[in-house]
Design a protein around this ligand. Sequence first.
Ligand code: ADP
Ligand code: ASP
Ligand code: MG
Length: 433
Amino acid sequence: MALIVQKFGGTSVANPDKIKAVADRVLSSHQQGHQMVVVLSAMAGETNRFVDLAHQMQALPDPREMDVLLATGEQVTVALFAMAVKERGYDAVSLLGDQVKIHTDTMHTKARITSIDTELIRGHLKAGKVVVVAGFQGVADDGNLTTLGRGGSDTTAVALAAALAADRCDIFTDVEGVYTTDPNVCATARKIDRISYDEMLELASLGAKVLDIRSVSFAKRYKVPVHVRSTFTTTEGTWVVEEDKAMESNPVSGVTYSKNEARITISKVPDRPGIASRIFTPISNEGIVVDMIIQNTRNGNLTDMTFTVPRPDYKKAMAIVEKTAKAIGAEKVTGSESIAKVSIVGVGMRNHAGIATAMFKVLSDEGINIMMISTSEIKVSCVIDEKYTELAVRTLHDAFGLDQAPKKAAKACTACKTKGAAKAKPAAKTKKK
Ligand code: ADP
Ligand code: ASP
Ligand code: MG
């Protein structure tokens, strides 16, 4: 008998029939003797609808009230699901974040889970009930409801699996697993059978929304095996687990994109020590995470600073930066919400030189201008005009051979044949003393 946490996303519970189908699926595991904890999202589209409603009330909606509103979506699905289970002659109990006691910090609309009480859930499981927990929500120490940021139900599920020491966490969604790129954008995307926590962290952080990044962090920290699979088929999905030798090790293993960022440029800033701190401290004090930063030097001891922030924080960040610009004597602040970040990811990149150059060439061959670049050991990201996102994703995916079976991918990688993309020599071994 196993303890299994299963999470179903918005499209999986989009209407009463789908909720009933999910109840049947969960009950088939329950009937096999497994203890089932189910985490549900709001019905597809509901959270967006709430965000729209909130903006009709207030230009910058009050974050506390926003959380009270957003948390209602998941309240609806857990109650309906528990009813469907009861209708089938089994016992279930729906629980909200503050009933379970999913403790979070106070950062409304993007709160972090700090701890989870498991006593109540364990009691219900012992009594033979299917436990149904509302995803995406928690409670802060001040008693206020909080939500975990968009896509946060994945995090609720994996954090619960960790707290309960569950045998595994199944993430049921509308695609059959984690693919080499978004299968809804690129028809040649391939499903990956097994992927390491680290690679998944990178994919998730760069926009592969099939798993919320914080859920992957929890999975890695507490070694929770995560199985991402489809609600609508019984096909084996993708296992997110610790790295092993059997995993694919192509230079590039995935292409991601994110339309969730916005660019801000502060021009003609007097270039003196402490200026970066003056600009970025007030932004981070508001809990806004700055991603890429580039600084261009101009004549006359002036500099331009360009950086990206999450799109939902754009207006707030602009207001803060405009204030700072005045205070430090910068000339002007400009920005754009119509940008996208396209990235290539792969742990195999560590052993290859020239992958970044190959990416730049692929984009330039398509006439796509690169506005910003950032690299790490296992990823290269480029900011481009949003309108070229899909074109860039498809072209990069196929140019790096990701449309081919894993073993053929490196050979099929036309981009890797670009001058300069040779395989790097392995690092010299350090002699033992
Ligand atoms: P849910 O509502 O079930 O949480 P999401 O919409 O959050 O589902 O995530 C699933 C979606 O993630 C897919 O429909 C797909 O368009 C998108 N996606 C982006 N990148 C990937 C990827 N690399 N592999 C699989 N799906 C991806
Ligand atoms: N309902 C929330 C959202 O749409 C949380 C989730 O689905 O994971 O972002
Ligand atoms: Mg999701």
